[in-house]
Design a protein around this ligand. Structure first.
Ligand code: ZN
Length: 377
């Protein structure tokens, strides 16, 4: 028997190419929730497609029968398999990327006539269970560990969140956030209003968090943050910024632009008044790397694994904006530490009161002596 049972749950649209080519209206086309797996029958690897209506499924030969694999959209959970016999396209969508990649690798091997035994991709020919291919789930509530669907995994229908407005992952063991959370093309950028990440083990928030343009409430209490993203002040709808019990030393200068109902930054490690109001670093001639970084940011070119090294991507995370002219600076800047009265930006202020009132230390970066002279708090 086979130890593994890789069955991909996804949407599949079966397109009959014959009728398409001849302009005849073929069977009604519709993407149906299905499972796709590879099974071994009569010593030959076959593609098995099951749906709620056809639980025993259809079998398709793989060897010498796959005319083409359209694989450009695999990263988005989509692919199309063009078969010779029958002449159909299987248009797969809403699949988990990693599973889809494994499936395509296995299909490649099998179509070259190689055995798939021992590759951990073969499934049994058992009919699919109805609950696996039932109508796409649109809601899931996880209030305790027992609610999480451990055996079936997170429903794939919920992986492409199109209108999520509130995400609450309070009290988990999260250490980092996926970069896709607030990347420019993330759908969350235009839908997410409330983000609660409190009581985790997060040490930094994504630098591009300011892309979450609709965010009204950001709760990051009880983490390991040493700073907040430089651009947090660009979140123009933000009303609640709750970041108590972290290790924050300074607030980014952009916070000055916010107009909040409540800010809670109590129990952090803010630098003391004596250290504030000093210039921390001297300007040096920017390196070519710094200048290149500045151009990339002004041109809004994003670095990722497809176009740069990890080192370059890490460098871009160091970018700060000049408080006067907004130019990106990296290692050559003047840093001014100033105090700022949080009551100027928030109706309610909860701040560690060690006799400093509501004055929190801000760190301000300027790109040049000219901007330094122009800087006003
Ligand atoms: Zn400047």
């Amino acid at each position: 028997m086979f130890a593994c049972n890789m069955r991909i749950v996804c949407l599949v649209e079966v397109v009959h190419l014959n009728s398409e080519l001849q302009g005849i209206s073929g069977p009604k086309r519709k993407a149906v929730r299905s499972t796709v797996s590879i099974v071994q029958k009569n010593r030959e690897a076959m593609l098995m497609l099951c749906t709620a209506r056809n639980k025993s499924g259809n079998l398709y030969k793989i060897a010498r029968n796959i005319q083409r694999v359209f694989g450009k959209m695999v990263a988005n959970g989509m692919t199309t398999l063009r078969l010779k016999e029958p002449m159909i396209d299987l248009r797969i969508s809403n699949a988990a990327r990693s599973e889809l990649e494994r499936l395509l690798k296995a299909i490649k091997l099998a179509s070259q006539g190689e055995s798939l035994l021992g590759h951990g991709v073969l499934s049994t020919c058992e009919p699919v269970k109805g609950k696996v291919v039932k109508k796409a789930q649109t809601k899931m509530e996880v209030r305790s560990k027992a609610d999480y669907p451990l055996t079936l995994g997170f429903p794939s229908s919920l992986q492409q969140l199109t209108c999520l407005s509130s995400l609450d992952v309070d009290s988990n063991q999260i250490t980092t956030l996926p970069p896709s959370l607030c990347s420019r093309n993330s759908r969350l950028c235009s839908t997410l209003k409330s983000l609660t990440l409190s009581n985790n083990k997060i040490s930094y928030l994504p630098a591009d968090m300011d892309h979450l343009l609709e965010l009204v409430s950001l709760r990051v209490n009880g983490n390991r943050l040493r700073m907040l993203p430089q651009g947090i002040g660009h979140l123009r709808h933000l009303k609640y910024l709750l970041a108590r019990e972290n290790s924050i030393l300074f607030l980014p200068f952009s916070v000055k632009k916010l107009s909040l109902l409540e800010i809670d930054v109590a129990q952090n490690e803010f630098a003391s008044i004596e250290r504030a109001a000093t210039v921390d670093r001297l300007l040096s001639v920017p390196t070519l790397q710094d200048l290149a970084g500045s151009v990339l940011l002004s041109e809004r070119i994003r670095l990722d694994e497809t176009n740069s090294t990890k080192q370059c991507q890490n460098m871009m995370l160091l970018a700060r904006n000049c408080a006067v002219c907004a130019k990106a600076v990296f290692r050559s800047y003047l840093r001014i530490l100033v105090e700022f009265d949080l009551r100027r930006i928030s109706e309610t202020v909860i701040y560690c009161d060690r006799g400093w009132g509501c004055n929190a230390p801000f760190d301000v970066f300027v790109c040049s002596k000219t901007c330094f002279n122009l800087f006003r708090l």
